[in-house]
Write a protein that binds this ligand. Structure first.
Ligand SMILES: [Zn+2]
Length: 305
């Protein structure tokens, strides 16, 4: 039987200011980070946390808790808190091209202090993606991007239903993405959003219902048996009992390898198995035909992504 793996990647997508003023979100951010350090300290089963691809979170936190610097640094250097590559998560169409370049450079400068950086083009909540992103990423030695919008996955049991010839569709959640200069990265769409592994139940009956649905949804689009489950959502607190939830999942599904994973681990496993029939999408990703997730391109009425 083919090995099937469920990669749970813990994160919290952080809008620094959105439906509440900056300081209220900032307050919640300090709680999130305090909880994160606590759970990393206490539970070795909680292996990694993806810090939303934006290094500014580190300065926001240390501004309030400078005494935590050493502890935070140790987890970043040890690879359990994963930072970068951006300084902030920008809306790619509302900022200038040069700002997008500087954003990546500053993120790299910030991460250089720790000697580690996530080499992943992280665009979880961007309302469409800029056409030259693959070129920019490749020049920063990044060959993979993840994003939540701009492409419609058409797969159902991995069969293409209707591509309409628009160039925005992919049969899988995985695809190649090319810039106008032909720089190409592997693109991964959060086809079931970046919360498809959020709040995983510990109790067996609830966990069975949760995983039956979520495993099915992920397999609908996945091109390989490496399945991605994002354990988090917008401003989502740490799931402190995730270790127990994973233990429950393992006992319920002996044929699935549940891993508290990192993007690096997931992408390494994925790349070994990518199929030959992946499509290449070109340039700007701004399809409005995604399932319920309109791209709202060039819309400034929400503060950021
Ligand atoms: Zn957002």
């Amino acid at each position: 039987m083919t090995r099937k793996a469920a990669h749970l990647i813990s994160h919290s997508h952080w809008d620094r200011e959105w439906y509440m003023p900056y300081e209220r979100h900032h307050y919640l951010l300090t709680e999130l980070m305090n909880d994160l350090l606590d759970v990393l300290e206490q539970d070795p089963r909680y292996r990694y946390f993806h810090l939303d691809g934006q290094t500014i979170i580190i300065e926001d936190y240390l501004q309030v808790h400078p005494e935590k610097r050493e502890q935070l640094e140790a987890y970043i250097k040890g690879g359990r808190i994963i930072i970068g590559p951006w300084y902030v998560l920008q809306d790619e169409f509302l900022t200038s091209s040069e700002a997008n370049v500087r954003n990546l450079l500053i993120g790299h400068q910030d991460a250089a202090k720790y000697g580690v950086i996530s080499k992943l083009g992280y665009f979880p909540d961007s309302f469409g993606n800029m056409g030259q992103a693959p070129q920019l990423l490749k020049q920063a030695d990044i060959d993979t991007a993840v994003f939540g919008r701009g492409v419609k996955p058409t797969g159902f049991d991995n069969v293409v239903i209707d591509t309409n010839g628009s160039g925005y569709e992919s049969p899988y959640s995985e695809m190649y993405w090319s810039a106008p200069d032909d720089s190409t990265v592997v693109g991964i769409l959060f086809a079931n959003w970046y919360s498809n592994g959020n709040e995983v139940p510990v109790e067996a009956e609830a966990a069975k219902a949760f995983w039956d649905k979520r495993l099915g949804d992920a397999q609908k689009y996945a091109s390989t048996p490496e399945l991605l489950f994002m354990n988090g959502c917008d401003h989502q607190p740490i799931q402190r009992d995730l270790g127990d939830a994973i233990d429950t999942a393992r006992s319920l599904y002996p044929d699935v390898e549940f891993i508290h994973s990192s993007f690096e681990q997931y992408i390494d496993a994925l790349k070994k198995q990518l199929p030959d029939n992946m499509v290449t999408i070109q340039g700007e990703l701004r399809s409005q035909h995604t399932d319920g997730w309109g791209t709202l391109v060039n819309t400034a009425s929400i503060s950021n992504s």
